[in-house]
Design a protein around this ligand. Structure first.
Ligand code: AVI
Length: 331
């Protein structure tokens, strides 16, 4: 190994160690609170990614199909707040993943001859590589520049890289996984990286028949159950804990008053779990809060825009009216 490679390997090792320490700290602090919780941001290891792919394809989980329809049918409408022929711009996608929905928009922009670059942002270098190869093969004219890292770190680097107008995409109802206060702060922070007239397009899952929502998160194939339990498996594998996965059951609730769809793991018996030398005791029926997936009304969405530095422009919905991509401009 050359000197440079050795240095890179030790930087990578240091990053992995600090990520592992942060994971352990978050797990211990969540499980030692009076109301136990774990953070859903840790759902996505390799098995979690694959389970989430299966969830997105399953019949009961309607969100992905609805948003795909919006992008397939309404790309022009989504971009009507911006004169795409007037000036060059950057299309920035936060948490781009495989970029499948966005391809409809990229195709539309290419056909229209718009002068734009696609800047996908993702924490996973692997998924960015797959995404770039897919775009280069299928949409040859599209200029693409990936940014690896967390959203705000990448946005700061993009600010240095380009002064073009921005169209920001934040899709998939990821905004619904944030508690109310975090969601406000997140939008305010996004606005700080935008100039007046720049566009933000966000995916929101709408309030609807509570049974339809509950089914999406309590699917008949048990994928969402496995998705939640996989976090216990991950804690066992990466932090050396001894969770018995049969000792916990997935339980989902939806509150139509505030739109909070919440998942829990319920301890099936009194039990002690050892994590990094610390013993965590669970009572029988004690819940561990895992994730919130918030559902919105159209007025909730507009209020969020106006209180965080944006002007609500339009709602582009699927034909069932279950999901909305909201278009806002920076004030
Ligand atoms: C990533 N996120 C938008 C999904 C959701 O719908 O809240 C995560 C998910 N959790 C269970 N199923 C899907």
């Amino acid at each position: 190994m050359s000197g440079t490679n050795t240095a890179l390997a030790s930087v990578q090792e240091a990053q992995e160690t600090s990520a592992n320490e942060a994971f352990l700290n978050d797990v211990l602090s969540g499980l030692t609170q009076p109301q136990k919780k774990l953070s859903s941001k840790y759902f996505y290891d390799e098995t979690g990614d694959s389970l989430f792919q299966q969830i997105m394809r399953c019949e009961d989980y309607y969100l992905t199909r609805c948003e795909m329809e919006v992008f397939r049918e309404s790309a022009a409408d989504l971009l009507s707040a911006l004169d795409i022929h007037q000036q060059e711009f950057d299309l920035i996608e936060l948490g781009a993943g495989d970029g499948v929905k966005t391809r409809h928009m990229l195709r539309y922009l290419s056909e229209e001859g718009a002068d734009f670059r696609y800047l996908p942002v993702d924490i996973s270098a692997h998924i960015l590589k797959v995404l770039c190869e897919g775009i280069q093969q299928n949409l040859t004219g599209v200029k693409i520049q990936p940014f690896e890292g967390d959203y705000f770190d990448a946005l700061s680097r993009i600010d240095d890289y380009s002064e073009r107008r921005k169209v920001l995409l934040f899709l998939g109802s990821n905004i619904g996984n944030m508690p109310v206060e975090d969601c406000q702060t997140f939008c305010i922070k996004l606005a700080e990286h935008m100039n007046p007239g720049d566009v933000l397009i966000t995916g929101f899952d709408l309030k609807k028949d509570p049974r339809t929502i509950l089914r999406a998160y309590d699917d008949s194939d048990g994928l969402t159950r496995d998705f939640n339990l996989n976090l216990l498996r991950r804690i066992n594998n990466e932090l050396g804990a001894d969770f018995d996965l049969n000792g916990f059951e997935h339980y989902q609730t939806y509150n139509p008053l505030n739109g909070a769809c919440q998942s829990f793991l319920i301890s099936q018996r009194e039990q002690n779990i050892r994590i990094a030398g610390q013993v965590i005791s669970f009572e029988q029926h004690e819940p561990v809060f895992m994730e919130v997936s918030r559902k919105f009304s159209l007025s909730d969405i507009d209020d969020l825009a106006t209180t965080t530095g944006f002007i609500p422009v339009k709602h582009c919905s699927d034909s069932k009216g279950w999901f909305v991509n909201a278009v806002w401009t920076k004030k």
